[in-house]
Design a protein around this ligand. Structure first.
Ligand code: GNR
Ligand code: NI
Length: 182
């Protein structure tokens, strides 16, 4: 299977709002399989279709230690967000090498279609809650850096742009996606 290319901030395609999936057919399931493959290869705990330039409302997640608990969300809708928040150190495959503490609602409830096209509800807290919110943001063209100060965001944008120019960040199929920033 081929790894999909992950777009990097500040690519404007990361700002597109993804479209609802009309039918969970074999084509969609193939996309989901490729997204899981890409997410595991890139050592991410989640991936939104937007990040691989597919503008459909599809998310894959695996926050388990043994990488054996696949969760896929299609057309997710937030039903509940708690008023109390939690801060997690967030990273993003589209913002490689940068991490910031982000405050988000602690507990959430979402309704979503699953891999088989069945409508289900998921209640989440902790890292899974954070991850689902981070991924739904992607489907709406939003990134975790939008939750931090403009000063910090601009600094990150400059550094990533510079690394790309130097060729230190190479987004190509089947190659390591980036060298870490030290
Ligand atoms: O791999 C990832 N780790 C992560 C850590 C804290 C909060 C969110 C995430 S998601 C991220 C993968 C990614 O970019 N998903 O869109
Ligand atoms: Ni992300």
């Amino acid at each position: 299977m081929d790894k999909l290319k992950v777009l990097h901030f500040p690519d404007s395609r990361l700002r597109k709002v993804a479209q609802k999936v009309k039918n969970v057919d074999q084509n969609i399931r193939d996309t989901i399989d490729q997204m899981f493959f890409t997410m595991y290869e890139e050592k991410g705990i989640g991936l939104a279709a937007t990040q691989v330039n597919i503008h459909k409302r599809i998310i894959v997640i695996d926050v388990s230690e043994n990488k054996d608990e696949k969760i896929c969300l299609i057309n997710p809708e937030i039903l509940f967000l708690s008023s109390d928040c939690d801060i997690y150190e967030e990273g993003c495959l589209s913002v490689p090498g940068f991490y910031e503490g982000i405050s988000r609602p602690k507990d959430i409830k979402v309704s979503t279609l699953d891999y088989d096209g069945n409508l289900i509800e998921i209640e989440a807290n902790g890292l899974l809650s954070t991850c689902i919110q981070h991924e739904i943001d992607h489907l709406n063209g939003k990134l975790f850096v939008d939750h931090i100060s403009t000063l910090k965001r601009n600094r990150i944008e400059k550094k990533i742009t510079k690394l790309k120019k130097e060729g230190a960040l190479i987004a190509r199929k089947n190659t390591p996606n980036y060298k870490s920033v030290t």
